[in-house]
Design a protein around this ligand. Structure first.
Ligand code: MLT
Length: 411
């Protein structure tokens, strides 16, 4: 917030105002260089205490949810505020299964994009294209439409994601198998051609389910704020989520797990030791950066990273994969955690640090990693969009501007 940046700013060349005081008085806006925190919002969905490393969805600690709930239960919790009863869960799950098919003409969309396209671009474009098949139910003021579009999004975005994957590797698309659960179906759509039936492997299903839970919401980050801002204009859920996907695609946001893997591969290929790499990071030599470490809100271990680390080991063991990149990641983490440089700066591994290793072991191409983040984040985006739309006080978003240009001039 602005308290960290007390600045005095001349406005229109006339008088000087202390922006930090202004912010405290109004209580609604915050100034932060680079327009990174232009406004605040209230929300009852996700709670984070970055100093203590706490993350809760609707009050429930992430550790408990990852341990005891499924991704669909967590999605229901985020969207509707309570964990579902067994009957509610069965109905929710059943409705999602009934809506997995895409309109058959969507195949022309996939035919139209080049196979070299980034799957995130194919995903957001595909979602926007898909919304045109539901023109008659886009009115956001009609609760039944919001209800059915919530289900459509949850059911169809994973299918679009799997097709973006298949397109990028030139393989045939499979139709969803609605006998299968959410994660099983997604694994089959992506890897149905593999001899080992991924969708039947409880270790892989469980690991992916957990990863999706860990990514399901994270309060007001760039993509979520984008979804809320776009939604505040009255734009429908498909358009708002599609905008969120574009925000997530950036390397500073969801693209970070791709960057971690390239960093690990670079260390491996260079033949240098992890110590040498860490020294380079500290000296900021050759623009070397430690990816997957540190987080704007966490000044402690990212609670999601702990759970991911555990999953990474299980998945690699299950698949019999011996990935030197995992060893490198573990070594890097250990060295960094013991080094004063990182300790003083409170730089701990974040959620992106180990996810790439798991996705790679499963066989997802690197460019699919951020797409998987998007599938996980979907219920959070939906919940946040709905929360903003249901609040009668929501107005069209309009970040405050502080004019810093020339005072009035004349030709
Ligand atoms: C996220 O989960 O969205 C990322 O950690 C980014 C963030 O929350 O700032």
């Amino acid at each position: 917030g602005s308290a960290e940046f007390p600045i005095t700013q001349a406005v229109d060349g006339a008088s000087a105002i202390d922006v930090s005081t202004l912010t405290k008085q109004s209580g609604y806006t915050a100034l932060d260089y680079g327009f990174v925190n232009t406004a605040s919002t209230k929300s009852a969905i996700t709670y984070i205490d970055g100093d203590q490393g706490i993350l809760r969805y609707r009050g429930y600690p992430i550790e408990e949810l990852a341990q005891q709930s499924s991704f669909l239960e967590v999605s229901y919790l985020l969207i509707y505020g309570e964990l579902p009863t067994p009957e509610q869960l069965a109905e929710f799950d059943g409705e999602i299964r009934r809506h997995t098919l895409l309109h058959e003409d969507m195949r022309y969309y996939f035919e139209g994009v080049p196979h070299t396209a980034h799957p995130m671009a194919v995903l957001s474009g595909g979602l926007q294209t898909m919304s045109t098949y539901y023109e008659s139910s886009l009115d956001t003021a009609v609760p039944e439409f919001v209800k059915v579009n919530t289900i459509r999004l949850l059911a169809k975005l994973p299918v679009l994601a799997a097709y973006a994957h298949k397109k990028s590797i030139g393989q045939a698309f499979l139709y969803p198998d609605n006998e299968l659960g959410f994660v099983e179906n997604f694994l089959r759509l992506n890897f149905g051609n593999k001899a080992e039936k991924y969708e039947m492997n409880p270790v892989l299903v469980d690991a992916l389910d957990k990863l999706l839970i860990l990514h399901a919401d994270h309060e007001q980050n760039a993509s979520t704020s984008t979804v809320r801002l776009v939604g505040s204009t009255g734009a429908n859920m498909f358009s708002s989520v599609s905008a969120g996907i574009n925000a997530l695609s950036g390397p500073l946001h969801g693209g970070a797990n791709e960057a971690v893997l390239s960093m690990l591969a670079q260390i491996r290929d260079s033949g240098q030791s992890v110590e040498t790499f860490v020294e380079k990071v500290k000296r900021k030599e050759d623009g070397v950066k430690l990816m997957g470490f540190g987080h704007r809100v966490y000044k402690n271990y990212d609670p999601r990273a702990r759970i991911v680390k555990d999953s990474a080991a299980k998945v690699l063991q299950e698949l019999g994969v011996n990935d030197p990149l995992l060893d490198l990641a573990q070594e890097l983490e250990q060295i960094a955690l013991e080094d004063d440089y990182f300790k003083e700066r409170k730089l701990y591994p974040n959620v992106d640090f180990y996810t790439g290793v798991i996705y790679k072991a499963m066989g997802f191409p690197t460019r699919m990693f951020t797409v998987l983040f998007a599938i996980g984040r979907l219920p959070g985006w939906i919940a946040q969009w709905r929360e903003a739309r249901e609040d009668p006080q929501t107005k069209i978003g309009r970040p405050q501007q502080l004019y810093i240009g020339s005072p009035e001039r004349h030709l």
